[in-house]
Ligand binder design. Sequence first.
Ligand code: UP5
Ligand code: MG
Length: 190
Amino acid sequence: FKERNPFITFVLGGPGSGKGTQCQKIVETFGFKHLSAGELLRREIDSNSEHWSQMLNTIKEGRIVPSEVTVRLIQQEMESSDSNKFLIDGFPRTEENRIAFEQLIGLEPNVVLFFDCPEEEMVKRVLNRNQGRVDDNIDTVKKRLKVFEILNLPVIDYYSKRGKLRKINAVGTEDEIFEKVRPIFSACDS
Ligand code: UP5
Ligand code: MG
């Protein structure tokens, strides 16, 4: 897979910061393959795969599923895809996730997007979503925010130091935010 020299983007940001929404727009405009780690895990739970009940509990508590599970799912999706440009949404959540990906896949991301959004806005968006997600309730959202701050901010900081981070203010309409995202990919497209 490494020999295919894929272009890898990690898409980070707190719960409800708009990662999935903006990924959709990037796919439409730039033709990336979108892989949401959370979606892949929810799909595993829905298909009653091994350890599904443990995974469901972890997500209800806003905690992080073991790296080997998530990295394996992402790897399978990447390897079976025709695309060579990937948006990996909501991963890596922890330094351990990041290191597991680098070791297993043997690649680092080309770019890391960070949707920076105030907590009260994230809470509002998540509670308004209404798509039946088991983690979209005020108790779990508070836990997700805490886990984001403690475990994910160090990952964001790591990529900032490596010059790979593109921080985007995630307040505004979906289209306004996409206009800040667009130039990042226009530059890679040419
Ligand atoms: N919305 C979007 N943009 C808006 C805007 N500009 N203005 C107003 N509203 C806007 O957006 C959220 C909601 O806001 C939507 O209703 C949208 O219409 C609206 P969305 O684009 O869905 O935001 P997103 O950042 O994708 O929020 P999400 O809730 O998916 O983020 P999380 O990071 O919390 O969820 P994820 O699915 O990535 O992970 C869920 C759980 O899985 C984690 O908590 C964890 O338990 C587990 N997990 C792992 O263990 N490991 C992993 O690697 C990944 C996940
Ligand atoms: Mg999402």
